[in-house]
Design a protein around this ligand. Sequence first.
Ligand SMILES: *Cc1c(COP(=O)(O)O)cnc(C)c1O
Length: 474
Amino acid sequence: MTDPLEQLRRLQGSDLPVHGGRTLAYVYDSGDADVDRIAREAVAAYAGSNALDPTAFPSLLQMENDLVGFACDLLDAPDTAVGTVSSGGTESILLAVQGARDSRPDVVRPRMVLPETAHAAFHKAAHYFGVEAVVVPVGPDFRADAAAMASAIDDSTVLVVASAPSYAHGVVDPVPQIAAAASARGVRCHVDACIGGWVLPYASRLGREVTPWTFAVDGVTSISVDTHKYAYAPKGTSILLHRTPELRRPQFFAWAGWPGYTMLNATTQSTRSGGPIAGTWAVVQAIGDAGYERLAGEVFDAVDAIVALVGSIPPLRVVVPPESTLVTLATDETCDPFTVTDEMLARGWYVQPQLSYGTSGPTIHLSVSAATRQHLDELATALRESVAAAVEAGPVGVDDGVVAFIEALDPAALGDDDFDGLLAASGLVGQDDDGGLALPTRMAEVNAMLDVASPAMREALLVAFLDRLQRPSR
Ligand SMILES: *Cc1c(COP(=O)(O)O)cnc(C)c1O
């Protein structure tokens, strides 16, 4: 038998690299090999432990309380604050919405007020928990319109949301005004700091201008911050903080009405691997407060350098000056952004395409890591070459007939055969040499086609795509 670990290493060869600072979405790299080793060993040591029962695994309770304590200090939390370690940003957001809904059993049709830039996880929460999302357009600077959000609050509003920062544009919403408006109506205000929460406090300490957004702002009732992003921890942890234990209470679930153990959970999971908790705890111990400040200095050096670089490549522009570690780029009409992202990948760099939304065209997203700073010269070369290649290649045409066809389709009325045809025509699903399913290697044409589709059509196509991908190998 071939060594399974050997096989794993071979399989992993087709994935994006997790280390090296060249994958600028999905992964976050401290650039410190010691930190990575400590994380791996801690995850392995606790992979079989179960955080379901804190009396059976008290060390995991201790680690969770330590992590929540560290986050409380970082986010200016008052002494009353409490928190929970969840499996990721989406789970923290789901719990914030579920808790807000269940804190108001008097409200028949609960609603939450979101800026349109709020993370998709809030829409998932709306879908799961039957909370209506009231979506408010943002201003020309891509920040939430606090006055419009205040006017959208009504007697059925159970939650108001702000981002610090938003994923797509990397800017911080006017949290003081939004939280004040929520508080004036007695409504909870959640700040989604999933991506910025572990790095913005250090930006402030380094003397950078950051809109106030922590618990230092009156009216902020809960904050989500993902440790598996800028705490550089292994995947599988986020922290949800509440200003008081009373605010957290509806999040807990207990069930004694069956013959087994009384189930008692603080999150959506019941059995929870100790691996990510121990891995996160070990990484936070290893890096520590001073280490995070140093890493923040490195990542912001890289952000500043990237902004300067973009200014020297004419077809590119920064969509909005970054307030955090996220940089959003747009291209002019001479340069197709989806070709740029393909060309970057061919040069070993993953940057993330973002499709058009409303009146805004497509953009390119970069989540910059501390490790990226060591490779800035290489990034400059890759970006210059990729832009030149995209200009040279010209526009990625989507046939007028195809555009008209896609626009005319009602996704709700399409059947499996229609989707098979569309997936093949779009290039999303091809066949490999053995007749199996093949993933596209160049995405520009696929993205160009998705870009002309409506959001509902994109969702339907991609769901059909995932359905085709997730089939058993046997
Ligand atoms: C990443 C992110 C989330 C979702 O987090 P996951 O860990 O991917 O579930 C939510 N909000 C923001 C702003 C994020 O960047």
